[in-house]
Design a protein around this ligand. Structure first.
Ligand code: SF4
Ligand code: SF4
Length: 127
């Protein structure tokens, strides 16, 4: 194996940078297979470990969502649902773990992190 990197996948900048290097390697004349080892599980399968996030909830602001579908196409979390083209997206509460990894996927700021205790506080990386 010529190219292997170990990454913390929830460090988005590090992960994206590693993916770019892997892509470059696979496309180069002397390249080939690139392997990235992500040192964290998919959080959807780690619900019991998520108590630390029980006081927050990720929601879609329907006033802001334009139904462009970019979050579905580019981020691909199965908890983000778009039943039909151009429809505003919704979050499947049965599988969403409120990890907030998707917030950066919407440049409009429609994906928001709120305090589930009702303080009304919210945040988005784009707004
Ligand atoms: S949440 Fe953002 S990226 Fe996703 S469909 Fe709505 S506007 Fe588009
Ligand atoms: S917070 Fe976002 S990325 Fe995390 S599980 Fe829910 S929809 Fe998916």
């Amino acid at each position: 194996m010529k190219w292997l990197e170990v990454v913390e996948p929830y460090d988005f900048e590090a992960m994206i940078s590693s993916l770019a290097r892997a892509h470059e390697h696979t496309r180069s004349a002397s390249g080939g297979v690139a392997v990235i080892i992500a040192r964290a599980p998919c959080l959807i399968h780690e619900r019991p470990a998520l108590d630390r996030w029980k006081e927050r909830v990720v929601e879609v602001d329907p006033e802001i969502c334009k139904g462009c579908g970019l979050c579905v196409k580019t981020f691909e979390c199965p908890a983000i649902l778009q039943p039909e083209k151009k429809a505003k997206v919704t979050i499947d509460r049965t599988i969403c773990v409120n990890c907030a990894s998707c917030l950066h996927a919407c440049k409009e700021g429609a994906l928001q992190l709120r305090d589930s205790r009702g303080s009304g506080a919210s945040s988005s990386p784009r707004r």
